[in-house]
Design a protein around this ligand. Sequence first.
Ligand SMILES: NC(=O)c1ccc[n+]([C@@H]2O[C@H](COP(=O)([O-])OP(=O)(O)OC[C@H]3O[C@@H](n4cnc5c(N)ncnc54)[C@H](OP(=O)(O)O)[C@@H]3O)[C@@H](O)[C@H]2O)c1
Length: 281
Amino acid sequence: MTFSPVLTFNDGNTIPQLGYGVWQVEDDIAEKVVVQAFEAGFRHIDTAKIYGNEAGVGRAIERSGLKPEEIFITTKLWNADQGYESTLKAFEESMDRLGLETLDMYLIHWMQPKQDKYVDTWKALIELQKQGRVKTIGVSNFTKAGLQRLIDETGVVPAINQVELHPFFNQAELREFNASKGILTQAWSPLGQGGELLESSIIGQIAAKHGATPAQVVIAWHLAVGNVVIPKSVTESRIRENYAALDVSLDETDVQAINGMDKSAEGAGRIGADPAVSDFA
Ligand SMILES: NC(=O)c1ccc[n+]([C@@H]2O[C@H](COP(=O)([O-])OP(=O)(O)OC[C@H]3O[C@@H](n4cnc5c(N)ncnc54)[C@H](OP(=O)(O)O)[C@@H]3O)[C@@H](O)[C@H]2O)c1
């Protein structure tokens, strides 16, 4: 079996570059599909408190028989739990649901600038890492200004920034900023949530050239540009297909053609909320 390449964080730990995401997957289904993902070869799972399926992921880990050191598990602190003490409490509750002693990576799910608690929240993550409860700490949906503030006020640089990122919204500027600070970039909705992106003619032509599927081409592009990538599927054949993207290698012409699909200059491409202004409970 091909194993995912690993990338090294600024704290010295490593992460499998290709992982499996479980947003919008019911808890009982999560148990089944995470087991299928492990069988396909995935060793990195991305969940969050708000997905309501940490327990299902935990049951899948137990069923898989895989040892903690063989897998990489991420969960995220939800917005309503931001703040120092509430973060410490929410972390323990997530760990109980996951059934884990130590977590590979804990992320602040959204910056929530209006709430303005993310620096205190980050201090709690720093404490959890000091205590050895979590190996790696990072953020999700952070802007350049938010990252800079965390660094300025705590001196601790997040290991990763997980953001919306796909060929229609490729975040070139933020990726460059992240890299300049030693922060890895992780792509959420990496397939653009399926649909239009996977049906586009540019992706179709590159897929035909490599004897690959459109989803595999998009995943191979993420891997080629250095993103950590976490496609979601509840369809077993697609879980296997997505994992097999590791065997597809794009050339520079393909990568440039996909880079050219970005729509952000036209003010388009983004599917989800804008972290600079988003404010949800
Ligand atoms: N941090 C954040 O705020 C945030 C936000 C959103 C997502 N995420 C993370 O990122 C992960 C992935 O993002 P996402 O779930 O939004 O979207 P995605 O991975 O871009 O796309 C998932 C959609 O694509 C379909 N699909 C998957 N593989 C396919 C294939 N090989 N061929 C055709 N269609 C395929 C899936 O269908 P089926 O499932 O029906 O097969 C599903 O409808 C999430 O699960 C979550 O872990 C994080």
